[in-house]
Write a protein that binds this ligand. Structure first.
Ligand SMILES: NC(=O)C1=CN([C@@H]2O[C@H](COP(=O)(O)OP(=O)(O)OC[C@H]3O[C@@H](n4cnc5c(N)ncnc54)[C@H](OP(=O)(O)O)[C@@H]3O)[C@@H](O)[C@H]2O)C=CC1
Ligand SMILES: O=C(O)CCC(=O)C(=O)O
Length: 420
């Protein structure tokens, strides 16, 4: 393992790619190539803080592969950001875009910072300086950032504005996940969480499970992905009995009032202070005896240590890298849990980002029904294709999803003659 990349998510992602490459007998030249990014940019981001000090942050943009189209992937603001983690997330983006058949490669970026400790002014200055530092490495035809953990529409708005100011005119296609008022797309905000639920619906239909009040769910994370996911399950009549944020989880046997909980959370209320609910210690949520468990926060939460304690029927991975390679090996061989792996489960986000990019390039906007219909069609097709690979080749769903994505990528690399 090369020192520069050493990180638990990177090690785990490489192990999963290697397992898949071995199973599908991937060309060894391509296999070696996929372990590393095309390019990785590391920048230092000085920011004047409110108390007049200048704090120094570190930022990354890792571009893994652009054989199938421009680099694409989110920007993460989190204290865990480093080169290895960002590279692993970029690798997953490459496979995710290939898997759903959208014309992008994979990238990821981020700043090592806890955004909850910054004022709004500090956050804006950090975002603008980070964007300025990577301005020659991104662009609507080359590499298009989007939101991820710890970032949101406002951050994308500042990124788009900084990019546009440098170029001298508004360039909405420079980022996706921006507000609708400046060229964003209807439903991008909802797309990742809603997409996870569309895939849960497909999985439930396949397993003969009827989604409704007899079905229970637990969701880890209550940000963009987790709260949308919980809300959409709730709207389908599923009893969402527990949700968790960084501090802990709330639980109600009869099902939580997700719309009220979401209002409370979005208005700045603490999850653990929501009235008339029980609380659970951190981590227990994943082990609840519910039908659906959806990790939708950070990576590495399901490991060799707790995987055998899972009691769900469907594991829907909203978060990237929630299951590490040790846990995956156990799930793969010894479990009857139906896994919707991250590259499939959360691909609704980048799919609507693709729609947003197309709309931003054409200055012509689609209706919510058009977007929702196209999203559903792409996700259902991806689900059927992955299931087909799994059934035909007798593979688990993660290896099947990675096989499908890596197979498409390898084909594109060969067609373009990248290894003459
Ligand atoms: N946004 C998107 O479109 C996409 C996101 N994803 C993935 O989904 C995941 C979540 O992203 P997103 O919803 O955008 O991020 P957000 O920043 O919007 O929300 C993150 C949520 O997770 C909670 N959280 C943070 N750390 C922990 C922890 N250790 N245990 C439990 N909960 C925790 C946060 O709690 P608190 O508020 O208390 O900090 C918050 O509720 C990430 O893995 C991301 O890569 C994947 C595809 C697209
Ligand atoms: O919407 C995008 O472009 C990328 C979203 C993302 O970062 C992800 O799918 O992990």
């Amino acid at each position: 393992m090369e020192m520069e990349w050493d990180d638990p998510l990177y090690r785990s992602t490489v192990a999963l790619f290697e397992h898949t490459a071995e199973t599908m007998k991937l060309d060894p030249n391509i296999r070696r190539r996929l372990r590393f990014p095309d390019r990785a940019v590391i920048v230092t981001v000085p920011v004047r803080m409110d108390d007049d000090r200048v704090e120094t942050f570190h930022g990354y943009r890792v571009q893994h592969n652009n054989t199938r189209g421009p680099f694409k992937g989110g920007i993460r603001f989190s204290p865990d950001v480093n080169l290895g983690e960002t590279t692993a997330l970029a690798m997953l983006m490459t496979v995710k875009c290939a898997l759903v058949g959208i014309p992008f490669g994979g990238a990821k970026g981020g700043v090592r910072v806890d955004p909850s400790k910054l004022s709004r002014g500090e956050l804006q200055r950090l975002t603008r300086r980070f964007t300025a530092e990577i301005i020659n490495d991104i662009g609507p035809d080359f590499d298009i950032p989007a939101p991820d953990l710890g970032t949101n529409e406002q951050i994308m708005s500042w990124m788009m504005d900084t990019y546009s100011q440098q170029k001298g005119h508004a360039i909405p296609a420079a980022v996706t996940g921006k507000p609708i008022e400046i060229g964003g797309s209807l439903l991008r905000l909802q797309a990742t969480g809603r997409g996870v639920v569309y895939l849960v619906q497909d999985a439930a239909a396949h397993l003969g499970i009827e989604l409704g009040p007899k079905i229970t769910a637990a969701v880890q994370g209550f940000g963009n992905v987790g709260s949308e996911l919980a809300l959409h399950l709730h709207e389908l009549g599923v009893k969402v009995v527990a949700v968790e944020d960084v501090k802990g989880a709330v639980y109600s046997k009869g099902g939580l009032d997700i719309p009220a909980l979401r209002r409370h959370y979005q208005e700045g209320g603490k999850l653990l202070e929501f009235p008339d609910v029980e609380t659970l210690p951190k981590g227990e949520l994943l082990e609840l005896p519910v039908d659906i468990v959806a990790p939708a926060a950070v990576s590495g939460v399901i490991t060799g240590k707790n995987v055998e304690k899972l009691r769900c029927r469907i594991l829907a991975e909203g978060a990237n890298g929630a299951v590490n390679a040790d846990a995956d090996a156990i799930l793969r061989d010894q479990s009857d849990i139906f896994v919707l792996p991250d590259v499939l489960a959360n691909s609704g986000g980048v799919t609507v980002s693709y729609f947003e990019w197309v709309q931003s390039l054409q200055y012509f906007f689609w209706t919510a029904d058009e977007i929702d219909g196209r999203l559903r069609a792409i996700l259902s097709k991806a689900f059927r294709e992955v299931l087909d690979v799994a059934e035909r080749r007798k593979l688990d769903m993660r290896t099947a999803a990675l096989t499908h994505g890596m197979g498409r990528l390898a084909e594109a690399m060969k067609l373009r003659g990248l290894f003459p």
